[in-house]
Design a binder for this molecule. Sequence first.
Ligand code: LRH
Ligand code: MN
Length: 430
Amino acid sequence: MSYRIPEALIGEENARLAAAQAEDYAALGRRLRRAGVDIEVISARVAAFAVAVPTWGVGTGGTRFARFPGPGEPRGIFDKLEDCATIHQLTRATPTCSPHFPWDKVDDYRELAEFAAGLGVGFDAVNSNTFQDQPGQTLSYKFGSLSHSQKAVRDQAVAHNVECIEIGQKLGSKALTVWIADGSNFPGQSNLDRVFDWYLESMGEVYARLPGDWRVFLEHKLNEPAFYSTVISDWGTSLMAAQALGPKAHCLVDLGHHAPNVNIEQIVSRLIRAGRLAGFHFNDSKYGDDDLDTGSIDPFRLFRVFNELVEASARGAGGFDPAYMLDQSHNVTDPIESLMVSAMETQRAYAQALIVDREALAGAQDANDVMLAHRILKSGFVTDVSPILAEARMHNGGAIDPVAVYRASNYRKVKAKERPAVAGSSSGIV
Ligand code: LRH
Ligand code: MN
């Protein structure tokens, strides 16, 4: 039986921090009560909040230049699920993971589902991959996949997505995420309109194979690996495709997939209005699709996105059922620590948005009292909600300080012994 962090260690560490936590929680509770906010209501909503972990994120990531694997790297999906379970054991915020195929391919998916269930982890959206050629693959995706000029290549890509749906059904998933790298590097290389026709024709065939209770998430991205045009480059194109395909098609927002300084929270607001917000791939970035840890560069932007989500939920926006997932690449940190902290940063932005006085904000907005409106919104962001996040974790059986428990457990050192180093790829994101 491979090593799991003993529950007793969580208890011991929590006992050590309990008095300080109680004091901080009570102080914040008094402060919020003065603002008419019941801390218990916020804690309960935070305790119910969940974000999925990307299976491809628990191994060390890299760039086109290099990847520097660390000790105890997961060797395959079974090790990855162990690490996903450890993240959930300590944060109690990540009950599901989002798998990627064929990276997580196995022969027996029922065995995989049972193994995951044994660890207390479920499966969120499955991700297809027609942005790489697999060994033995008949036709190359070099010039595209679902929007390729050759029908045979499009059919191959459709078949792969249908296979991902079938795998997802065995794992209990309810959604397929489709990100394609299709695009061009030279003006004139492709017909910008016809490639969209081919994309819609192919996605129509994938859509037709979706089970009744499934959704398909279309993930747009400005550029990379194509650097002149990208077929699904922005939210407008994604929305056009979703509306053309049907009600099960929704638009997924990866925070790193936009031009610098784009107002992402307004895109979120528009997609909510259209009833087509699929959800998110949370991460952070400073330049391009950097896949940095969520909330590590621009936590105020993350807060502004959650402000739109809380606003929509408060007004009961139609068809509002976003899926929350992380999508990051951990090149210089222990992926488990990064994913735990990132899950907590999404909870932080959510809690901060929940304490905003929405009635007062609407009043100030309608009165065009600009500074008052801004300060009412900002008051959520500047509130240290850490005691609420810790209380929610404790309430769910997790650790007050997950990183401290993880380090005290020597989990990584033990896994380094259990998992003999495997020759991984020397560059690339996984
Ligand atoms: C594309 C992307 C997509 C995944 C991949 C690993 O940049 O965000 O969501 O398939 O990263
Ligand atoms: Mn993504």
